[in-house]
Design a protein around this ligand. Sequence first.
Ligand code: LLP
Length: 424
Amino acid sequence: PASTTEPRSGHPAVGGVPLAEIADRFGTPVYVLDEGEVRERCRTYRHAFPDAEVLYAAKAFLCRAMVHWMQEEGLGLDVCSAGELELAVTTGFPPERIVLHGNAKSPRDLQSALRLGVGRIVIDSPSEIARLAAAVGPGGHQRVMVRVVPGISAGGHAKIRTGTDDQKFGLSISDGYAQHAIARILDQPQLELTGLHCHLGSQITTVKPYLAAVRRMVGLMARLHEQHGLLLPELDLGGGHGIAYRPGDEALDLTTLSRKVRTELAEACASAGLPVPRLIIEPGRAVVGPAGVALYHVLAVKRSGDRTFVAVDGGMSDNPRPALYGVRYAPRLVGRHSAAPLAPAAVVGRHCEAGDVLAESELPADVRPGDLLAIPVAGAYHLSMASTYNLVGRPPVAAVHEGRARLLVRRESLDDIRSRDIGL
Ligand code: LLP
């Protein structure tokens, strides 16, 4: 349960704008994004990793404003579809600072990447090598990395652990698939291998797995040097930096991460006799997650057994994370002060499933229909994973900055949803 030291009701403001005012103006559910906090988090990364290339993992949340902020703050982008890529490039993001990922890149993904000239494409399977080489064509040139599975288990939930051999991403070191694929890439004159990539998983809260990854990756680099005389200039350690969702949760400390990773990398390279490669990191959640708040109105309150159910006007369609990963949030009553004692409350959504639960927490006992609830830390993997389940339109995104609110993404209307339905 969330700590009870945080105020559970009141009139909080984000980016200088009271949350209740945002709910009045844009309706609920709505995602609120604090532009200043997103920018500040980018600066924290640039400061903590001054020599590294920091790529924002667009899957966490992307819209044109976000692309623009990333560009202004000096980050690159990690994309994994033509959709993310084209949104970024048509917003003016330099394609050479974009890296394309994906374990199953569609023809459209690859065509877009080659046509727009992305900086690197991360190869994830042996079959992709020939496909990509053919798409680049003889005489063409594309820089690539290869996604390696280092055999390290890390991450907040089994569904978001990607560092071990029993999952779909990358090529494993332990059974030689990575080495084999690399040898084949080196045979393709139009593909230039610039480095190795790994992504251990997501919502990792300790530094240790990253240090283990550094050792495994440098170990592989040393073997590649021996076998092929290869000196790779880049090492991409992916993202996965964990954040606190509830008061008292642990978050990964970026300064410690940077210091320890750089020391480990320097030592591992020195003992292998290799030059230190340029580090690349790909944070998504930690850039945008804490900068977002989701606002909901309470539609119904009831008791069943010894529990109080507080039902809101959104749910698993705008936040599938509780249903997917079993995570729970820490909601707060906003827009009024309550002197009532805190009582256990399950904040549930409006969808037709018993698993549509956003939070099991505590709220003032007098919570009632019409109240406004805020769910903090809603910036990452909320809208980007939202659906129109039960034909409910996806919420808008409002940015707040220096006392002003503006709409970045409008609400999806029922007309938007109906207009796609063209058969009979
Ligand atoms: N790089 C690669 C190759 C990735 O696959 C991911 C995330 C990232 C970077 C960024 O990871 P982050 O820093 O955001 O943890 N929907 C899940 C998270 C899925 C992460 C997928 N890949 C969730 O809501 O927890």
